[in-house]
Structure formats: structure tokens, C-alpha cells
Design a protein around this ligand. Structure first.
Ligand SMILES: *Cc1c(COP(=O)(O)O)cnc(C)c1O
Length: 377
């Protein structure tokens, strides 16, 4: 079993581990607050299949996010909602997508027997370059799956215009977008379907978990059935899978949610500290206008890959661990069977590094990280 761990084994002694600065750390609510929620599941004798806790989490998320038209359905992670959306809307066709995202975005497409067609990204916003979408459309195209990468909104108006014109569906991988508003509205409300991840490394988390957002009542019914084996009691309607969130995961979500405003404020402070202290040789991504951002990630763009590697090494020598999000550019992965060239995405992927950002990170540590980066090059 030890070879099958799905995290990299961390061989550090306890003292080193305390001193280690990872790229992110899960926010852990006071354990009494978590166990009080778990106690409710015990009292009910009900652990999954949309019990009281999942329903309450959905209701509280609807309120917190200020959802106006969209319905939310909580799920077991942020990948299954992508797969369900692609199963229902992609229909085995070509899916226009971004090469600059977490690998789950493209693998969900291939997993659902659709073909990814990679379109390059905007050099500042790092989201799909909407001006290059139309030339990639063929008679086999069924939908557009774009990522609001690092919580930065895609050009949703232009993408919607193109989709309407060509009769395509729009799915947004909004895994990074918890709490982000665009033009005063939750970013989850854009597109035919939008998905989020509540994985332990994300801003709002349930350990493992995720959600799907959808405005169309007919479609949300199909999504609902899809995530619960396609049947309701003895009535079998359609093909389905198990995408349900358990009560134990909802318990974590219910105990993290009261802290979400403080979590976002702290990340925003961290973001400002980095931004103010890093010199002009570095750029943090440009956030699209009219966005209320969540400051979840600190993606830093270096002037060359060599400089990135020097800084990364220097930080590691000081027990500070960054991540190459997102690298490599997904169009270069052979197993996606693709040969499109996406020069912006490939260039950015080689030069972008995510710096530590989490609730407990101190201002002093941020100073230290910035100093190390400056001195490395
Ligand atoms: C985290 C992530 C996912 C996958 O979410 P899981 O909850 O880990 O399944 C999908 N897309 C993007 C962009 C992500 O960052």
C-alpha cells in the first residue's frame, strides 16, 4: 500500500516539518466546531445520500455566494462535476479548451471520450484567448470548457456571444473561484454550467468535495440524476455515476464556512504584501476589470525559466516550497493526443510559480520569501 500513497512521501522530521512553509495549508476550524457538526450526523444515524448537513451546506452556500439564478448541487469533488457536464453537453464531440489549467480540466474531456481542442491564452489574464476561439470551431464542436484560472474571469461576454452564434454550450471550470464576483454577480452564475472544487488545498474546502452550478431546470435535473446513479428510488431514468457529497464532508464545510470572510481577507493582505514588495522584474497576473477577487493564489511570472528555477531552488534550501502552477502547458501532454501549438501558454507555463499563501502565513515570512527571490537572481 505504501507505494500507492497519492501524495509525495514527505520524509521530514517533526522539527523540520514545523518550520516548513508549503505553497498552501488547509484552513482547519477549531476541532470542537467540526465534531459538533459530525455529532449531528451521528445523531441522525445518516452519513450520506443528501442528509441534513449537505442540504444545509447548499443553502448556506447559496446565501453566502448570493446566487440569484443558479442552483448549486454539492458533489464529492471538483472533477466529477466536470465529467458529468461533459457527458451531458460534450456528447463525444470536440471541446474547445484552455491549455493553461490543472490537468483535471483536459483529462475530464478525454475521460468522457471527447476531443480537446486547445486554444491559446491571453498573455496578461492567462484565461483562454477569446479572439482565437472562432477559428477553432468545426462541425464537431459541441462546447467550450474554459477555466477562470486563479479565479480570474474569462471574457464571459464574448464567449457567450460566440457560443450563441455557433449553438455551443459553455462550461466553466471555476475550481479557483470561490467568492469571486464579476460585475456584481457570483462568477459561478456564468456559462451553462460552472463547477467548483472544495478540495483541501482550495480556498473553501470540505476535505474532498466540489459543486456544480446551473440555471437551467431541465439540465440541473439531469445533472442531479447523473450524480446519483441515474435513479430516484425504484425509478430508473438515465445513466449515472456516484458523485454524492457525504455528511462527513459537509460537516467540514459547515465548520469552515463561518471563517470564509477572514480567510479571504487574510489572503488579500498577503497578496498586497507580496505585490508591494516584489520589484518590477516580476509580474503578478492582471485581474480582469470589474472583478471582486478572492486572492487565493500568488502566481508570479519570472522573466525566464532559468530565473524561476534559481528562485525555486533558493526557496527550497530555506524550507519554503512553491509549486509550478500550471506546468506543463496541457497541449504538450502526449496522452491528450494533440498537436496544437499554444505559444503563449507554453511560454507562461515555463515561467510561472505559485508562492505560499494561506491563513497562518506571517508578514515576516512573506518578507523573507521576497528577499530570497530577489537575492536568487
Ligand atoms: C483542483 C482543480 C480541479 C479538480 O478538483 P478536485 O476537487 O481535486 O477533483 C479541477 N480543475 C482545476 C482548475 C483545479 O484547480
Amino acid at each position: 500500500m505504501s507505494e500507492l500513497r497519492c501524495t509525495e512521501p514527505v520524509e521530514v522530521n517533526h522539527e523540520q516539518k514545523i518550520k516548513m512553509i508549503p505553497v498552501t495549508k488547509s484552513f482547519l476550524p477549531p476541532i470542537e466546531e467540526y465534531t459538533a457538526q459530525v455529532q449531528r450526523a451521528y445523531n441522525n444515524g445518516w452519513l450520506t445520500n443528501r442528509g441534513e448537513l449537505v442540504l444545509e451546506l447548499e443553502q448556506k452556500l447559496t446565501e453566502y455566494l448570493g446566487l440569484q439564478e443558479s442552483k448549486i448541487l454539492c458533489m464529492n469533488n471538483g472533477t466529477i462535476p466536470l465529467q458529468i457536464a461533459l457527458k451531458l453537453l460534450g456528447k463525444g464531440g470536440e471541446v474547445i479548451t484552455t491549455p493553461f489549467s490543472y490537468v483535471a480540466t483536459s483529462s475530464a474531456i478525454v475521460w468522457e471520450n471527447c476531443t480537446p481542442v486547445f486554444v491559446d491564452i491571453h498573455p496578461d489574464y492567462l484565461t483562454i484567448d477569446e479572439t482565437q476561439i472562432e477559428v477553432a470551431i468545426t462541425e464537431k464542436t459541441t462546447c467550450i470548457l474554459a477555466t477562470h484560472v486563479f479565479g480570474n474571469p474569462c471574457n464571459v461576454e464574448e464567449i457567450e456571444r460566440i457560443a450563441r452564434k455557433h449553438n455551443l454550450k459553455v462550461i466553466y471550470d471555476a475550481a479557483h473561484c470561490f467568492g469571486v464576483k464579476y460585475k456584481g454577480k457570483s462568477l459561478f452564475e456564468y456559462g451553462d454550467v460552472s463547477t467548483c472544487s472544495f478540495h483541501a488545498t482550495k480556498l473553501f474546502h470540505t476535505g474532498e468535495g466540489g459543486a456544480i452550478f446551473c440555471k437551467d431546470n431541465n439540465l440541473i435535473k439531469k445533472i442531479f440524476l447523473s450524480h446519483a446513479f441515474g435513479h430516484l428510488g425504484d425509478d430508473y431514468y438515465q445513466l449515472g455515476i456516484n458523485g454524492k457529497m457525504s455528511e462527513l464532508h459537509a460537516a467540514m464545510g459547515l465548520s469552515v464556512l463561518p471563517y470564509i470572510q477572514s480567510i479571504i481577507s487574510k489572503r488579500k493582505e498577503n497578496y498586497a504584501l507580496y505585490e508591494n514588495q516584489l520589484d518590477e522584474r516580476f509580474t503578478i497576473l492582471s485581474i480582469r476589470e470589474e472583478t471582486n477577487f478572492n486572492y487565493s493564489y500568488i502566481p508570479l511570472i519570472f522573466s525566464s525559466e532559468n530565473e524561476l528555477l534559481k528562485a525555486k531552488r533558493k526557496l527550497e534550501e530555506n524550507n519554503i516550497f512553491t509549486r509550478r502552477y500550471f506546468y506543463p502547458s496541457l497541449n504538450t501532454l502526449k496522452y491528450f493526443g494533440n498537436d496544437e501549438k499554444c505559444s503563449q501558454s507554453e511560454m507562461i507555463s515555463n515561467r510561472i510559480l505559485c508562492l505560499p499563501n494561506y491563513f497562518e502565513l506571517s508578514a515576516q515570512k512573506i518578507n523573507e520569501i521576497v528577499d530570497l527571490i530577489h537575492s536568487s537572481i
